[in-house]
Design a protein around this ligand. Structure first.
Ligand SMILES: [Mg+2]
Ligand SMILES: [Zn+2]
Length: 244
């Protein structure tokens, strides 16, 4: 068995076993990744999160860019993240960066860009990201999965959930491609398609069907915290006791 075949098998297994890669829940026997979430008594201790794709969702997509001078937020994105944080959601970026595997830039260059992005979110909206998860791998031949983390695989989300104690069933994935939608749904999250033009293939399937399609961050807030969300205002009665 080739390494790629082995990884594809692992990836399928992870998807089938659901959200933490551990013992499969009873529903896994039915092979459905969109089953109702497994509730446990400890679930209330876990925080909900919003997983955010970077390119074409949080910022304008400049392919393989690592120059902080070229960072442009999508309109209203930093302020929307601040509203989500006030509503109790942990905020994380989950991003495919095959430019690392392809040699377009180095880990150090990407770290420099990430630091600049995080600082701008702090400066412009008082937003603190809980984490930034990066898949540094390239897809395999024909686009086949070659790792457990590249979206549409859910590995970055499930890893973050284990690392930070996140409640995937109450969490959201927001991204500009259907691969983002699929990664979110495979992780057990609700998923929004942020349609900024990044999707070009439109390969549809049940797992690639978002709960809603949004074309700006106002609509994302409407979907997650409701149309009463106040971009400047008071705590919203949504998520948890979480500390933002
Ligand atoms: Mg994107
Ligand atoms: Zn990967």
């Amino acid at each position: 068995m080739s390494a790629a075949t082995a990884l594809a098998g692992l990836w399928s297994g992870l998807a089938a076993f659901g959200r933490d890669g551990g013992a499969p829940p009873p529903s896994a026997a039915r092979g459905r990744a969109d089953d109702a979430p497994q509730r446990t008594p400890a679930a209330s201790a876990l925080r909900p999160a919003v997983f955010i794709d970077k390119d074409g969702t949080l910022i304008e997509n400049v392919p393989y860019n690592v120059d902080p001078a070229l960072l442009r937020f999508m309109p209203g994105a930093p302020q929307a993240l601040a509203t989500l944080a006030r509503a109790g959601y942990a905020l994380l970026i989950v991003t495919n960066q095959s430019g690392l595997a392809r040699g377009h830039f180095t880990r150090a260059q990407f770290a420099h860009l990430q630091a600049a992005l995080e600082q701008r979110l702090r400066d412009e909206a008082g937003v603190e990201l809980l984490d930034v998860l990066v898949c540094p791998h390239a897809p395999g031949p024909g686009g086949a999965p070659a790792c457990l983390c590249r979206k549409p695989a859910p590995g970055m989300l499930t890893r973050a959930a284990r690392r930070h104690g996140l409640d995937l069933a109450r969490s959201w994935m927001v991204g500009d491609t259907l691969d983002d939608v699929e990664a979110g749904r495979r992780a057990g999250c609700s998923a929004l398609h942020f349609d900024s033009g990044g999707e070009t293939l439109w390969q549809r399937s049940p797992l690639r069907t978002p709960l809603a399609t949004c074309t700006d961050w106002r609509q994302v807030l409407d979907a997650i915290v409701g149309p009463s969300a106040d971009a400047t205002g008071a705590p919203l009665p949504v998520a948890t006791s979480g500390t933002a």
